[in-house]
Design a protein. Structure first.
Length: 215
């Protein structure tokens, strides 16, 4: 499936994230872990990076706005990007003062260097042949000392499949745990945290930080 086809699939199931029973705490604790690394290691290396704007990017932002609200609480200006028009319509209604982009994150020209990037439960919809380049792109979009959190399928080997669990056919892929590690390191980022937090499922999240050039 192409990213555009994934966007159309999500246009059909937007209501899954607007129902009262949706768990709005999903991913929040993990994002708080990521935020906790933001100043610790930069300060340790002699730079608080206070000269850089606190701009955040929510990749595959969806419609709930829960990560945007968390970043607002941490004094970030936050942008969002999604490939689903229906998701973005709801996101803009919830946060009319935020900037949202409609587009394919693989080809979209990011306008900033970011202090914090989140790609929660969305990277796995990117075609397998494009994932390595996207991981590199997002790592390179970080300010020095910036943090990138993303979730993925923490399987041993690269793979891809589709299923209809949510209704329409949806595509999933993973580089495999070592594939993600390799591309993160090659992009001059430091892995601060990896966790399989939903065992026995393979749902995994990474917290990585852009290296700060040594003086």
């Amino acid at each position: 499936m192409t990213p555009a086809e994934t966007g159309l699939a999500y246009d059909q199931i937007t209501q899954r994230w607007t129902r009262p029973e949706f768990n709005r705490s999903n991913g929040i604790a993990q994002h708080k872990v990521a935020l906790s690394f933001l100043d610790v290691f930069t300060s340790e290396q002699g730079s608080s990076r206070t000269d850089q704007p606190r701009i955040g990017l929510d990749v595959g932002c969806g419609c709930t706005g829960r990560f945007i609200e968390l970043l607002h609480d941490n004094e970030f200006v936050v942008e969002g990007i999604d490939i689903s028009n229906e998701m973005l319509a709801l996101a803009r209604g919830r946060h009319p003062n935020n900037t949202f982009y409609f587009g394919d994150i693989c080809t979209f020209d990011l306008p900033h260097q970011y202090r914090f990037i989140s790609a929660w439960d969305c990277l796995w919809h990117v075609p397998l042949h494009s994932q390595a380049a996207l991981v590199t792109k997002l790592c390179n979009a970080l300010q020095p000392g910036g943090i990138f959190i993303f979730s993925c399928g923490g399987v041993d080997e690269p793979g891809e499949h589709t299923n209809t669990t949510m209704g329409p056919e949806v595509y999933y892929a993973s580089l495999g745990i070592n594939g993600y590690i390799r591309h993160i390191v090659e992009a001059d980022c430091i892995i601060r945290h990896i966790e399989y937090e939903q065992l026995p499922e393979f749902h995994t999240y990474f917290v990585v930080q852009k290296a700060i050039p040594q003086k």
